[in-house]
Write a protein that binds this ligand. Structure first.
Ligand SMILES: [Zn+2]
Length: 326
């Protein structure tokens, strides 16, 4: 307060408004977060204080936590869609759609499978080991939480590392399929890596579901892989596409995690789809604190105890350096 401005003890950022901006649900154990830690601009220090009061906080993550690993979000900070994702109905109903998906995914997988966890994934794993954070529910299909060493990770939308046959339900490994697709499509990778005279043949844009943009004429020459058990052309990555539904038992397991949680922390999700938002609503209904670190607004803002509108990795790094331990 040397310059007359109240500053956050941890980040040094000015804090202007009073603590009553922080809405604490009835029955919450959060009652004594110091004013200087809260301010009107919720920040890492306020987040740290809330987490300290709720060891074992359940984590819900979205695409925003993986963007620093080179996997872009479907939505920008304003919440609008930047690319059109694969739709479940299209994939299931059309062999052309599946051919398009697998041709693109064949190329995209090289990069997707080499993505590495970033500082935010590592911070979550560290805070888990300290007991500050509990289980993780992720809407991502990239496996990066596990790669960072997180445990008790529920992949709400499945994993790109696995493949399921829609006809006979056989599950298999994505890497094995990659090898089979390479065998069935010799030269395709080199073709797809080449550029048309106008430089437009292959886009460098990878998508959150491992898809990548390829020209239609290139896609048409791609041999769609068959199931090794039943022979059908109905292999699907074991992920929930837009318009598909999360298996009931997985949803129930996530509700159970929410029921057992002392608080919920949302990281890098705008909660644009109901599959994640429902757990935020459930947590709020239970009266436990709901926190979020995201860029831009979320659909659950009215249910939040605290929302930090800022970059994930630095915010979580500040929480880690606050030395929290359960
Ligand atoms: Zn099959």
């Amino acid at each position: 307060m040397r310059d007359g401005i109240l500053r956050c003890a941890l980040t040094g950022r000015p804090v202007g408004r009073s603590a009553d901006r922080l809405r604490v649900p009835a029955g919450s154990r959060v009652v004594s977060v110091p004013d200087a830690m809260i301010g009107g601009m919720p920040d890492a220090a306020a987040l740290a204080a809330l987490l300290r009061a709720h060891p074992g906080t359940l984590v819900l993550t979205g695409a925003g936590i993986s963007t620093d690993s080179g996997i872009p979000d479907y939505r920008g900070p304003d919440g609008t869609r930047r690319v059109t994702p694969m739709q479940h109905g299209d994939f299931v109903g059309s062999s052309q759609a599946r051919q398009r998906y697998w041709a693109r995914s064949f190329i995209g997988w090289q990069r997707f499978s080499h993505a590495e966890p970033n500082a935010a994934h590592h911070a979550v794993a560290v805070l888990q080991r300290r007991g500050v954070l509990g289980p993780v529910i992720t809407q991502n299909v990239d496996g990066l939480h596990q790669a960072a060493g997180s445990r008790e990770v529920t992949e709400l939308h499945g994993s790109l590392a696995e493949v399921v046959c829609l006809t006979c339900d056989t599950r298999s490994d994505r890497d094995l399929l990659q090898a089979r697709m390479a065998e069935a499509n010799p030269g395709f990778e080199a073709l797809a890596s080449g550029e048309a005279p106008d430089g437009s043949r292959v886009s460098s844009q990878i998508r959150p579901d491992g898809d990548i943009v390829l020209d239609d004429d290139l896609v048409a020459g791609f041999h769609l892989p068959r199931c090794t058990v039943c022979g059908a052309h109905t292999l699907k990555p074991d992920v929930v596409f837009f318009g598909g539904s999360v298996p009931r038992e997985r949803v129930d397991a996530c509700y159970a995690l929410t029921d057992a949680a002392p608080a919920l922390l949302v990281l890098g999700s705008s909660l644009a789809v109901m599959s994640g938002l429902r757990f935020v609503r459930h947590a709020a209904k239970r009266g436990i604190p709901v926190m979020a670190v995201t860029r831009g607004p979320t659909r659950g803002d009215d249910l939040m105890t605290l929302r930090v509108d800022g970059p994930l990795a630095p915010t979580l790094a500040a929480v880690v350096s606050a030395g929290l331990a359960a």
